[in-house]
Design a protein around this ligand. Structure first.
Ligand code: BTN
Length: 305
């Protein structure tokens, strides 16, 4: 986190190399006010007024911080959360230089996409995190429907696909103290007005953007505004513990159910099976070739042709 904050301040001319050398023991939290101030700007594409104008939410997006360039909005959001920035604050960056994907992968984030992280403090236990992932995926689906994209699907746990290609990724991170979750960072990356040509070869084939799929440029601010509204709506249902509703809605968009898959656990085994569904905890249930049922909490899910 320190590297992220030092880079951010240095790029904006708020911290010189000399100062950094002089600071033998950097207390990064001392720079919180400067970082917060930097987030009060707008960029060429992302404008706070456009997002907050008639924003129909109670707490999500009431505080918004916009940056031109950060390494990862999730890391900046963690820094904000640890400095007591409130529930529902949103960190947005026009571009990310070291964005995080799932399973330790990186995430391409040039100008033209929506790269944001929401801070929430839901006081839940670890077992409820998979449902927050589903909540977020569902909110992205509803957002896409609102702008007229009706053929997006969710590949478990949290890839949004259009015509079998990924258009959005979600990375949920949590900060826990004494075994209970203090903050959850909901990181969302949507390929909005990207051409994909600049993407590394290995990503090109499986990636798309809203511009490619709709043939139109879409205002990033509009997508952000709708997403914040949709997220709050479904998150309130999560807070009321009506998980059944979220699961039922999620299943309508499920790409993975009924498919043969290969599961690669992060530090563990690889196995194949047929996806039976998701259970009440939002965990994937697969039937292995030997008839044994297996619950998958996390891991990479590859669809077998
Ligand atoms: C995935 O691998 O599918 C998850 C990608 C998540 C990317 C988003 S972009 C905003 C936020 N900041 C990050 O560093 N990652 C997430």
């Amino acid at each position: 986190m320190e590297t992220e904050i030092i880079n951010l301040l240095r790029n904006e001319g708020k911290l010189s190399k000399e100062t950094i050398k002089e600071l033998s023991d950097i207390q990064i939290d001392d720079f919180f006010d400067s970082v917060k101030e930097l987030g009060n700007n707008e960029t060429d594409y992302i404008k706070k007024e456009k997002i907050q104008n008639k924003l129909n939410t109670e707490f999500i997006g009431k505080e918004i911080f916009i940056f031109k360039e950060v390494m990862s909005t999730n890391t900046v959001a963690k820094f904000f959360a640890e400095n007591n920035v409130g529930d529902g604050a949103v960190i947005i960056s026009e571009k990310q230089t070291n964005a995080k994907g799932r399973s330790g992968k990186s995430w391409e984030s040039p100008i033209g996409g929506v790269w944001l992280s929401i801070i929430i403090n839901p006081h839940i236990d670890q077992s409820k995190l998979p449902i927050i992932t589903l909540t977020t995926g569902l909110a992205v689906e509803k957002t896409l429907e609102k702008i007229g994209v009706n053929n997006a699907e969710i590949k478990w746990p949290n890839d949004i696909l259009i015509n079998d290609k990924k258009v959005c990724g979600i990375l949920i991170e949590s900060i826990a103290k004494f075994n209970s979750i203090e903050h959850v960072i909901v990181g969302v990356g949507i390929d909005v007005n990207l051409d994909i040509d600049s993407f590394p070869q290995e990503l090109k084939e499986g990636t798309t953007s809203l511009k490619i799929e709709t043939g139109e440029n879409i205002d990033e601010n509009l997508i952000i505004k709708i997403f914040l509204e949709e997220f709050e709506k479904i998150f309130k249902i999560f807070l009321k513990e009506d998980y059944e509703y979220i699961l039922k809605e999620w299943r309508k968009y499920a790409y993975t159910i009924g498919k043969n898959v290969e599961i690669r656990e992060l530090f563990g085994k690889t196995y194949e099976g047929y996806v039976v569904g998701i259970d009440k905890q939002g965990v994937l249930v697969i039937e292995k070739p030997n008839g044994e049922f297996k619950k998958v909490i996390s891991g990479q899910c590859i669809i077998k042709k």
